[in-house]
Design a protein around this ligand. Structure first.
Ligand code: NDP
Length: 488
C-alpha cells in the first residue's frame, strides 16, 4: 500500500512503557508499518520513567508485539524494521530541564511532530508547559490526549485550560477510542449515504433506541482508578454519549471535523436534564455481586482485590435519555452499560414504529416493528429485522421476522478490520480531527452526567445489587417494561 501522507511525522510518546502504549499503541503503529503507512524517516521517541537503554526497550517492545499482535499478522522482519524507528528516553515528565534532550532529538530529524500523552491526565498540563518552555513544540504540533478528561465538569475545564494555554483547539486530538471503531464510523455512512434510512430517522418513524455496551470482565485490577470513577464516568460520559450523538445528530453539512462536531454538540445541549423526581423512572445504578460468567465463578465487586468493602460505586448503569428537539421529541434512548454481564457485546438497536394500520393476525402484532441492529462487537455488522410471510400452504398470512444481514467479516472477506487505535493514529498523522472530541463536547457531556451524579449523592441511595452473569439489576428491566418495551 502507498503511503498516503507523504509526510514524515515524528511521534513523541509520553508514557511509552505503560499499559495503553504497550497493549494498544505500539501494536497499532506496527500495523501502520505493515500497511506501509509510516513514511520513510518517521521516528518515534518512547518516553518513560524507567532507566533503560534503547536496545533494551526495543527488545521489550518486540516481546509485547509478539504478545499483542495476532499471530497471522505478526512478521518478525517488519517488527524489527518498525522498532528501528524507536528511540528511548528516560525522563521524569515534571523535570523541565530534561526536555532539552527532546530538542536535540527533534533537531536531528526535523519532521512534523505529534505528541501523544499516554499518561495520567494530571500530567497533561505539566508536559504541555514543559514542552512550551523548552520550545519543543510550536503551533503546528499535534497533541493527542487520552480519556478521562477530568472527573467532572470543573476538573475537565482545568485540564482543557492547561492544554489550551499552550495549544490551539485545532492542535488537540482528544481520544475516545470508540470513534476509531469501523462500525462506529459506519454509523455516519449508514445514516447519510443511504437515503432509505435518512428519510426515516426521526420521531415520526422511530419509537425508541437502545444502546448497550456490556462487558463480561470485572474491574481487571483497576480498583484504584475505577472505584473513584464508576461506570457512568468511565463509560457513559464518553463512549455511550458519543454513540448517542452519532445516532441522534442532524446531517452535517460535510464531513469536516467541525461540521460533525457542531452537530454532536447540538445533541448534547438538547439532552433533557434528569431532575431528582425523574431518578426513579430514568436511572438505575447497579453493583455486581458474586456469580458465574461462562460457567466460571467470579467474585463480587466488594470482594475484588484491593476492594473497599463499603464502596457504593456503580458497575452498571441504565438510563432513559430524552432529547428535547424536533427530531427526537417523544423518542427515548435507553442506554445500559455494565461489568460482569453475561457477554462482551456492544450494539445499537433502532426500533421503528409499526405501520399505521395493522391487517395481520392480531396475536402477531408484537412483531410489527422493524428493527435495525447495529453490532459494534462482536461480529461487527448490521441486521435489519423485516417481516415476511411464513412459507407453507397451511400458514395463511402468518408473519415471521427475519434479518437482512450484513456481517462485515463475511461479506467483505478480504478486508481486515483495523483496530480503533490504528485508525486514530492514522487520522492524527493526516491531521484530521473528525474522529476526535472537541472541548465543548467533553464539557457538555460532563455537564449532563454531573447532574445525574449529583442526584445520586443527594438521594444517598446505594446501588442495586446484581449477580455477576446477569443483565444487571431487575430495576433496569422494570425501567423499560414500564414503557411497554423490553431490552432486545
Ligand atoms: P499506566 O499507568 O500503565 O501508564 C502511564 C505511564 O506514564 C507509566 O509508564 C508511568 O510510568 C508514566 N508516568 C506517569 N507519571 C510519570 C512521570 N511523572 N514521569 C515519567 N513517567 C510517568 O497507564 P495507562 O497506560 O493504562 O493509561 C495511560 C492513559 O491512557 C491514562 O490517561 C488512561 O486513563 C488512558 N487510558 C488507558 C486505557 C488502557 O486500556 N490502559 C484505556 C483508555 C484510556 P511508571 O510506570 O514509571 O509509573
Amino acid at each position: 500500500m502507498v503511503n498516503q501522507t507523504n509526510t514524515r511525522c515524528d511521534l513523541m510518546l509520553f508514557g511509552a512503557l505503560g499499559d495503553l502504549a504497550q497493549r494498544k499503541l505500539f501494536p497499532a503503529l506496527y500495523q501502520l508499518e505493515r500497511a506501509n503507512l509510516l513514511a520513510d524517516g518517521s521516528r518515534i521517541l518512547a518516553i518513560a520513567r524507567s532507566e533503560a537503554g534503547t536496545d533494551e526497550v526495543r527488545n521489550k517492545l518486540l516481546e509485547k508485539l509478539r504478545q499483542h499482535v495476532k499471530p497471522a499478522e505478526f512478521d518478525e522482519n517488519i517488527a524489527n524494521d518498525f522498532l528501528q524507528r524507536v528511540d528511548y528516553l528516560c525522563l521524569d515528565f515534571a523535570d523541565q530541564e530534561g526536555y532539552q534532550v527532546l530538542n536535540e532529538w527533534r533537531d536531528a530529524v526535523n519532521n512534523e511532530l505529534i505528541v501523544y500523552m499516554a499518561t495520567p491526565p494530571s500530567m497533561y498540563g505539566v508536559i504541555a508547559r514543559n514542552m512550551k518552555s523548552s520550545q519543543c513544540c510550536n503551533e503546528h504540533t499535534r497533541v493527542v490526549v487520552e480519556k478521562p478528561i477530568g472527573h467532572d465538569l470543573e476538573s475537565s475545564k482545568v485540564i482543557n485550560d492547561e492544554l489550551g494555554e499552550v495549544y490551539n483547539e485545532n492542535q488537540l486530538f482528544r481520544i475516545d477510542h470508540y470513534l476509531g471503531k469501523e462500525t462506529v464510523q459506519n454509523l455516519i455512512a449508514l445514516r447519510f449515504a443511504n437515503n432509505l434510512f435518512a428519510s426515516q430517522w426521526d420521531q415520526n418513524h422511530i419509537s425508541h433506541v437502545e444502546i448497550s455496551v456490556a462487558e463480561s470482565v470485572g474491574i481487571e485490577g483497576r480498583w484504584g482508578y475505577f472505584d473513584k470513577a464508576g461506570q457512568i464516568r468511565d463509560m457513559v460520559q464518553n463512549h455511550l454519549l458519543q454513540l448517542l450523538c452519532l445516532i441522534a445528530m442532524d446531517p452535517p453539512a460535510d464531513l469536516s471535523a467541525d461540521s460533525i462536531r457542531d452537530e454532536k454538540v447540538k445533541v448534547l445541549k438538547a439532552l433533557k436534564r434528569i431532575t431528582p423526581n425523574m431518578m426513579e423512572t430514568h436511572v438505575v445504578r447497579g453493583q455486581y455481586t458474586a456469580g458465574t460468567i461462562m460457567g466460571k465463578p467470579v467474585p463480587g465487586y466488594l470482594e475484588e482485590d484491593g476492594a473497599n468493602r463499603g464502596s457504593e460505586t456503580e458497575t452498571f448503569v441504565a438510563l432513559k435519555v430524552e432529547i428535547d428537539n424536533w427530531r427526537w421529541s417523544g423518542v427515548p434512548f435507553y442506554l445500559r452499560t455494565g461489568k460482569r454481564l453475561p457477554e462482551k457485546m456492544s450494539q445499537i438497536i433502532i426500533h421503528f414504529k409499526p405501520a399505521p394500520h395493522y391487517i395481520f393476525d392480531s396475536d402477531q402484532k408484537h412483531l410489527a416493528n422493524n428493527k435495525l441492529i447495529i453490532r459494534l462487537q462482536p461480529d461487527e455488522g448490521m441486521a435489519l429485522k423485516i417481516l415476511t410471510k411464513d412459507q407453507g400452504l397451511d400458514k395463511g398470512m402468518r408473519l415471521r421476522q427475519g434479518p437482512l444481514e450484513l456481517t462485515f467479516s463475511e461479506t467483505f472477506e478480504s478486508d481486515r478490520i483495523p483496530d480503533a487505535y490504528e485508525r486514530l493514529l492514522w487520522e492524527v498523522m493526516k491531521g484530521n480531527q473528525y474522529l476526535f472530541v472537541r472541548r465543548d463536547e467533553v464539557e457538555y457531556a460532563w455537564r449532563w452526567v454531573d447532574q445525574v451524579i449529583q442526584n445520586w449523592h443527594d438521594s444517598d441511595e446505594p446501588p442495586k445489587r446484581y449477580a455477576s452473569g446477569t443483565w444487571g439489576p431487575v430495576a433496569s428491566i422494570a425501567m423499560i417494561t414500564r414503557d411497554g418495551r423490553s431490552w432486545y
